[in-house]
Every structure is written in C-alpha cells, then in structure tokens.
Design a protein around this ligand. Structure first.
Ligand code: NAG
Ligand code: NAG
Ligand code: NAG
Ligand code: NAG
Ligand code: NAG
Ligand code: NAG
Ligand code: NAG
Ligand code: NAG
Ligand code: NAG
Length: 690
C-alpha cells in the first residue's frame, strides 16, 4: 500500500511538473481606508470627504515563479488612486523581514486601479496631501497592511500552474478627454482610435487546469463616480473585479471572499475617460469648447457625462462591460506563456537627465505643474479660473500666489517651456519635498509576456510609443515572436502624467501635469528600453539612487475622535428610523442607527453592516458593505455632542428571493477617556414579498 501511494504520487507530480510552466499564488485582502471625515483621493477637491461606503476596496496579489522556483515576481493590483513610493517602501520593508528577502523592491510591482473614491492623505510628497490638509496615517496603514496580507495569502498558496494570454477589443467603454492634444501627434494615423480599445487578459490555472486567477488590463480612468461622491468605492474596475470573482467563486460567496482572484488593472489611461457621452456644459446639450473644455470661457461648467442615468449606474455599466469582455477573453484564452521568469528594476532621479532626441541634446527638468493643471479635467473641473490648453497664460494674481511658495528659477522656466510654471514642486523642499525626484522603473517577465510598471499616468499615445519601443528592443535582443508587452500604469511611484512631446506643446491638463518637462516621455522610453536590454541580455540593471522615506517628517492631520454618544436619549446601536414591515422588489430598504464614528475602527476584513435572510430559522448573511447592492452612509447629527447616524440602504433587486430579512449594523463607539469598544444594532424583521 505504502509503495503504491509513493508510486502514484511520483507519477502525479511528474505529470504536473511536465505540464506546468510556472508556480503561481493568488491572494486578496481588504484595504479600505477611513470611511469618514477624510478627504477622498483623486479629484484634488477640498471638502470632498468620505462619509460612508458603497463597496470595499481590495488589494489583489499574484506571485509568479519559474517551475524551479529560482525567481519570484509579485504583481499587486490595489483598488486605490495610485501606487505611491511610501506604500512600496513600507510594504517592502515588511516583506523583507517576513520572507527573508525573497520579495524586494526589484521583484514586487504595486499598481493601482485609479479609483477616485478611496480615502486620501496616504502619500509622502506634500503636493498630494494638500487637499487632505496633511498626511492621514490611518489610510496609509490600511493600504500597507492590506497589501502585505494579500501577498502573504498568495505566498501561502503558491502551486504549479499555467498562464494563458488573450487580447481583444472592448468598445463603448472609454473615450479621449483631451482629443485636441491627441490630434497633435504625427503618428496618430497609425491607429484607428484615439484611445486604446485593447483589453489584455492573463488566465491562471493550477496543474489540473482549474482557474485560480485572472489579471486584465484596460485603459480607462476610475472616474465614473464623480467629485460629488462621498462613498468609498473601487469605481468601475473594483466593481468588475467583484463581478468576475463572484462569477468564478459562486453566487453564494460574499464579495471579497473566495479563492479565485480577479484583478482589473490599469494601463495607459492618462487621457482616457469612462464618461463616454462626452463633455457638456452643465445640464444642457451644448458641447464644451473643443480645444479648452470650457463653457463661456470658463472650465467649471464643462463636465463629462457617463453612459448611465447617474454615477452609480455609469460605474455599473463601465464595470460590467469590462467584466463581460474580460470573462469572454478569459474563457477563450489559449496562448500558453512559456519561458523564464525574470525582472529588472532601477531607481532613477528624473530631474536632470541628459538625452539625445533626433540628434539634439536635451534634458529633463525638476518637477513643476503648469497652469492648466489647476483647470482640472472634464472628469472633475478645477475650482479656479484656469483653462486647459493654455500654454501662453500669465495671470498676475496666480503668479503672486506661486511666488509666495517658490519663484521658479530662469533655468526651470526655460526647461519647462512652453509650460507656464504654476507650482515649482521640484525646487520646493519646505517643509519637505513636494514631488518625487526619484522614481521607480520596472519590468517583470513571465515567459513571452512582459509587464512594464510605469510610475504615473501615460496618455494613450505615450503608452503606445512606450510599448512599441520596449517590444522592438525585446525582439531585437532575442525575445521570441509573439512577445507581448503590457503597460501597468500608476505603479510603484506616482509622478503625475506623461504625455508625448507634441501633446506637451498643447498644454492641456495632462500636459500641464507632465512634471519633468517636454522630454519626460523620451527619457522614460530610453530608461525602459535599457531595462528591456538588461532583462533579455541577462545583465544587471543599475540600482540608482534610493528614494527618500519621509514618514518621520510628514505633517499629520490629526483629528482624534473624542467621544461618541447616541441622540434622543438612545444608546449607540439603537435604531433611529426602522425598516418598513414589507417590500415589493425592486425596493430600497432603509434603516438608520445611532452610531459610533467609523474612524474608531475601519472594520477591515469585516463589515459595518449585514443584510441577513432567515433560512429555516438561521440568519444567513446575503450582503455586506462590500456588496454592490448596499450603501453605508455616516454623518454627524451634532459634532459637539458626538452624535451621529449610520444609515444603511439595501437596493433589493427584482430577483431577490422572497422571505424574512433583517439588517444589522456593526461598529466601534468611543466613550470619553476610554478606548473604543464594539457595538451592534439590529433592525426589525421585514418581508420581501413574492
Ligand atoms: C492582440 O495582440 C496582437 C499581437 O500583439 C495584435 O497584433 C492584435 O492587434 C491584438 N488584438 C487586439 C484586438 O487588440
Ligand atoms: C448566479 O447569478 C447569476 C445572476 O443572477 C445567474 O445568472 C446565475 O445563474 C447564478 N449562478 C448560479 C450558479 O446560481
Ligand atoms: C483648435 O485649435 C486648433 C489649433 O490651434 C485650431 O486649428 C482649431 O481650429 C481649433 N478648433 C476649434 C474647434 O476651436
Ligand atoms: C455627479 O453625478 C451626479 C449623478 O449621480 C450628477 O447629478 C452631478 O451633476 C454630477 N456632478 C459632477 C460635478 O459631475
Ligand atoms: C536629483 O538630482 C538633482 C539634480 O542633479 C539633485 O539636486 C537632487 O538632490 C537629486 N535628488 C535626489 C533625491 O537624489
Ligand atoms: C503669448 O503672449 C505674448 C505676450 O502677451 C504674445 O506676444 C504672444 O503672441 C503670445 N503667443 C501666442 C502663441 O499666443
Ligand atoms: C513587436 O516587434 C516585432 C518585431 O519588431 C513586430 O513584428 C511585432 O508586430 C511587434 N508587436 C507589437 C505588439 O507591437
Ligand atoms: C518571426 O516572424 C517573422 C515574420 O512572421 C518570421 O520571418 C521569423 O522567422 C519569425 N522568427 C522566429 C524566431 O520565429
Ligand atoms: C479575514 O476574515 C476571514 C473570514 O472571516 C478569516 O478567515 C481570516 O482569518 C481573516 N484574516 C485576518 C488577517 O484577520
């Protein structure tokens, strides 16, 4: 018997070893930040505070190693606005001790979905924490802890497997929001569309061919939820991930649970909007000015319109489109990845690189934001009188404001031209750095598939030129036919936008936010093709100057919760306004509770609410705050008295099974001078009628 078992095992493992090309691990963990009183990251809008949750945000980690486990790589896709240097530095610090140096800055890539509906304040460079009025350590801790946990989970289940590639075209899900800048590109005639419609899918299976994960790349901003939203959300890509995971894990699996992990990752989305109807003046049917995205000369009223009837509907449509196409490509993926696993990474000081472009010696510049940066975009217009496409504007008032912060040197003005410098972030070092000098450049290789982790938002054409250049280099140094290069945008470090030289001349928002000057893209192309040569040539890449870790210097925005109490003489957890006794679906079930401040406890890997169904006398949880169908709202009724309400909405769709239900609320309350402690509340039972 024993010898038979050993024999069978040997045959099985020989078969598995012969038929799989990689070792693969997948993991997912909650990274949702504070759901109250914290500015949301993305629209740079002061006063856009989080006040609840639409659905939770997650980090999704994929470990890929060669079968001999000689080299490991990690690709992380996080439901946050952007990868950030401080996140990577802190995650790597933890991984190095947890895993004895297996995972480092060189082989871990942390990319972001670019949702504009997550908590902010988690970045180390000052510019990005201005609208959150300082650094919010709770947000950073939630993100770093969650990413580390997702990688730990992936590490625990690394097993033999295979990866299949597929790609296809997804229409009606993205448009160019700066088409007048795109038109300036002389190579535009090579392409059918002014945004990439290509979706790239990797299907991951175990040795038995059973699906374990998917990564999907498609370029589109996470701006379906607009700058009036106050509910934390993963926007269209977060929604697509949860849909795919539910499809693969089964309808009974709650969101954020289940073994199958699906990432909808970001690509060259710099000028790409999900607001597919285009930009209009206010509520009217009048299109904005084409070159400047203005209405009557001003930007505030020019707003991009999504395909849905409101922002939730638009998120659902753009998310579902990506899910459906992703699933189709996943199911039909056949191109097997084969070959080595490898990686190259270098830190680069971007502020003063010399390079030759068309025989001319040029250089990059210290970071600076142009005037049109303050105009914002049609996905979220700026609040001041700035307009896009403004390469020749000099406004005396704003120049005075600018000079209060830092007057740019003549060298900087010349270097950045034709961009008029509004914020000279690269030359401003007080109280600490405003934007990064040093960025992270990285390539991961999985067989004939190469992931370029780019430290910012590449526009459509920038991304195309980058992919083409990397691909050409890879092939010229011996990568096989069929090599595929994908851009993973917003990875590792955030250095704003990267437009082409020609788009830069037009100075729309993306051009004004291309911080290292007109040759930023050319510099990146040279850096990444050098990495590609090193990767295939088996040569090391330079380490480069280490980036600073400013964690000890950051100025926090402390806002402690002093105490919570119930209103109307009620206790925290008591119902304020109860459910009705019966509903005919579709219906919105609403209940409110006296509540504690959500910042007392983020309820990570847990929930502020459950919707429960009576199944033969047992309460079965059918929704949590990670579910699409629920919305958790929180607000103070009196800040001075510490009174607040949590209002829970359950959007029970037409297909909801009839039966008896209840809604529960969970949280932590803070008594004065004591530590916060858990509480809960329960609505009355109600019926969903047949
Ligand atoms: C898929 O990739 C191949 C090879 O890179 C390319 O030729 C083809 O155009 C792509 N297909 C789509 C639909 O983007
Ligand atoms: C899961 O739900 C979807 C949508 O409601 C439905 O089409 C599908 O049949 C369900 N799958 C299972 C296995 O119940
Ligand atoms: C936009 O600007 C271009 C270049 O300056 C100009 O040729 C074109 O007429 C402008 N288009 C509109 C609609 O104003
Ligand atoms: C945001 O979307 C809502 C609909 O959900 C709409 O009423 C509002 O006008 C939009 N606001 C902006 C600034 O886009
Ligand atoms: C980057 O390079 C610039 C110019 O050479 C230099 O002044 C700056 O100190 C460097 N930054 C870092 C973080 O090394
Ligand atoms: C830019 O402004 C200067 C000074 O007002 C003016 O002389 C010049 O013609 C303008 N250039 C363009 C391209 O509008
Ligand atoms: C990659 O480069 C090769 C050789 O230059 C070319 O044949 C192929 O079409 C390129 N693929 C892509 C996707 O650009
Ligand atoms: C790559 O494809 C080209 C064109 O189809 C072909 O000429 C060449 O032999 C191929 N190279 C390899 C290494 O397969
Ligand atoms: C997260 O929740 C799941 C399900 O309750 C549990 O099994 C797991 O241990 C939790 N993870 C952590 C790190 O708390």
């Amino acid at each position: 018997m024993a010898s038979f078992v050993i024999f069978a095992f040997a045959v099985l493992s020989a078969a598995a070893a012969a038929s799989t090309n990689f070792l693969i691990g997948v993991g997912r963990y909650d990274i949702t930040g504070p759901a109250a009183e914290v500015n949301m990251m993305g629209y740079a809008m002061v006063g856009q505070y989080a006040a609840g949750i639409h659905f939770r945000q997650f980090s999704r980690a994929f470990i890929v190693a060669d079968s001999a486990d000689k080299k490991r790589t990690v690709f992380v896709n996080a439901d946050i606005c952007m990868g950030a240097q401080i996140i990577k530095l802190e995650v790597i610090k933890r991984l190095k001790t947890m895993f004895n140096g297996v995972y480092t800055e060189e082989n871990v890539c942390i990319s972001a979905t670019h949702t504009h509906s997550g908590s902010g304040g988690y970045m180390q460079y000052l510019l990005f924490d201005i609208t959150s009025l300082g650094f919010i350590s709770e947000t950073l801790v939630a993100i770093v802890d969650g990413i580390v946990e997702s990688i730990r989970l992936a590490h625990e289940n690394v097993r033999p497997g295979n990866i299949y590639f597929n790609n296809g075209t997804l229409l009606d899900s993205n448009i160019n929001r700066s088409p007048s800048a795109y038109l300036a590109n002389p190579d535009k005639g090579l392409y059918e569309y002014n945004v990439d419609k290509q979706m790239v899918v990797l299907k991951m299976v175990d040795a038995n061919g059973r699906g374990i994960g998917m990564i999907n790349w498609f370029a589109v901003h996470g701006t379906c939820m607009n700058n009036t939203n106050s509910l934390l959300s993963g926007d269209n890509k977060g929604h697509a991930s949860l849909l795919m995971e539910q499809h693969m894990n089964g309808n009974d699996t709650l969101p954020g649970r289940g073994d199958f992990v699906a990432a909808f990752a970001q690509s060259n989305e710099g000028d790409v909007s999900p607001n597919t109807l285009g930009a209009f003046c206010g509520q009217s049917d009048k299109r904005c000015d084409f070159n400047h995205s203005t209405c009557g000369g001003r930007n505030e009223q020019c707003i991009g319109r999504g395909p849905g009837k409101d922002m939730f509907d638009s998120t659902q449509i753009i998310g579902t489109n990506q899910f459906m196409k992703g699933l189709e490509l996943y199911e039909s993926a056949k191109v097997l990845l084969e070959g080595p696993v490898d990686f190259r990474q270098s830190y680069v000081n971007m502020t003063n690189l010399e390079l030759t472009v068309n025989g001319k010696k040029v250089r990059t510049c210290p970071a600076a934001m142009g005037y049109s940066f303050a105009a914002g975009t049609t996905d979220g217009p700026g609040a001041f009188d700035f307009i896009q496409g403004d390469s020749n504007k000099s406004n005396p008032f704003w120049n005075a404001v600018r000079n209060l912060i830092h007057t740019p040197s003549q060298l900087q003005v010349d270097c950045q031209a034709p961009k008029p410098v509004l914020l000279d972030t690269g030359e401003t070092k007080t109280p600490y750095a405003w934007s990064p000098d040093v960025v992270d450049t990285q390539l991961l290789r999985w067989g004939q598939f190469v992931i370029a982790g780019l430290p910012g938002e590449f526009t459509t054409m920038s991304g195309r030129r980058m992919r083409k250049a990397i691909n050409a280099t890879l092939q010229s140094v011996g990568m096989p036919n069929g090599t595929q290069v994908v851009i993973a945008g917003l990875s590792n470090t955030y250095s704003d936008y990267i437009v082409t030289y020609e788009e830069y001349q037009v100075q729309r928002y993306e051009g004004a936010s291309t911080v290292y000057g007109p040759y930023t893209l050319d510099a990146y192309i040279q850096l990444y093709t050098a990495l590609a040569e090193a990767l295939v040539g088996g040569k090391p890449s330079p380490k480069g100057p280490p980036p600073v870790n400013l964690l000890d210097e950051l100025i926090p925005y402390p806002r402690p919760v002093l105490f919570d109490r119930g209103g109307d003489g009620k206790s925290i957890g008591d119902v304020h306004q109860d459910v009705e006794t019966s509903y005919k679906v579709p219906a919105v079930v609403i209940v409110s509770f006296w509540a504690g401040n959500p910042r007392n406890n983020l309820m990570t890997n847990s929930t502020y609410l459950t919707v429960e169904m009576d199944v033969k006398g047992q309460w079965k949880v059918v929704c949590t705050d990670a579910s699409w169908d629920t919305r958790f709202h929180w607000k103070h009724t009196s800040e001075i008295l510490g009174e607040s309400l949590a209002t829970i909405e359950w959007h029970a769709g037409a297909g909801t099974p009839p039966g008896t239900y209840r809604i529960r609320h969970f949280g932590y309350e803070k008594p004065l001078f004591e530590d916060a402690k858990p509480y809960s509340g329960t609505s009355s039972n109600f019926q969903i009628a047949a």
